[in-house]
Design a protein around this ligand. Sequence first.
Ligand code: ADP
Ligand code: MG
Length: 286
Amino acid sequence: MLPRLFFVQTERQPPSRDLPGPFAGFKKDWRWIRMSVDSVPLLRMEDIHKWFGKVHAVAGVDLSIDEGEIVGLVGNNGAGKSTLIKALVGVQPKSRGTFYWKGEEVNINSIKDSRALGIEAVYQDQALVDSLGVIKNIYYGREPVKGFGPLKTVDFEKMKKEVRPLFQELGLDVASLDQEVRFCSGGERQGVAIVRAMLFRAKMVILDEPTTALSVPAIKRVLDFIEALKGEGISVVLISHNLEHVYQVADRIAVMSHGEKVLDENTDEHVKEDIEQVLHETAGAI
Ligand SMILES: Nc1ncnc2c1ncn2[C@@H]1O[C@H](COP(=O)(O)OP(=O)(O)O)[C@@H](O)[C@H]1O
Ligand SMILES: [Mg+2]
């Protein structure tokens, strides 16, 4: 679907002037603005709660993510970050609260629901099926087929043709397309999941601790992937305990503690100090 374009008059305009030529009649102080970027966030979470029995793991979180925005989600162990995103993805549905997608209330009760919206999650542990090949992992459950009826087979050639340019673009080894995922390095595994997100035109990619246990070059590669997603207009939520990685790529950083969001600011030097202080104060509290 093409983004809907609206003619919106902005505030604080320069004096009106008629535009020349074919645009005559339009005023210069009118601009084309994409509604979705300018006023309605791609995703808005409102008062999200999650209980595990008596454990109140997520305790009323409001969080918005704009189109093409990279939001870092940080907090000490047990703060509720993974639980919040699992609720968003539908793996462990929320107990209470509302998700709005492009301003409209949506029900997310399964991965199928979140995928239908264009949300792809990349988990540290469950992203990939080790025993399957790279290609099968990328397409898992969404393989293109050729032929009809009983002659229907999975179309490997088509898959490879689609995936190869993305691998090249991301600097991943094309030869690895045929190998099983268990033989991929940590950085490549993240790459496989990111290729999946790009291929299926995800609108939002969620990465939960993607840089943990990776070598320095692999970390750089993952951070580059994140920038590449942003370049495609895809929003990213990056959960990481490594603040330096978050600072490098995030436009905005939200901090969670005890299931609540305690800070939500654009990334800048001044905010770094606040974040570190909050993390220090809430460390070991659970
Ligand atoms: N499946 C579960 N069952 C019970 N408690 C859980 C479950 N998953 C997470 N929790 C608890 O919820 C809280 C938040 O955990 P989590 O979201 O994993 O934190 P984070 O990702 O920020 O480290 C913790 O107290 C954790 O023990
Ligand atoms: Mg976690």
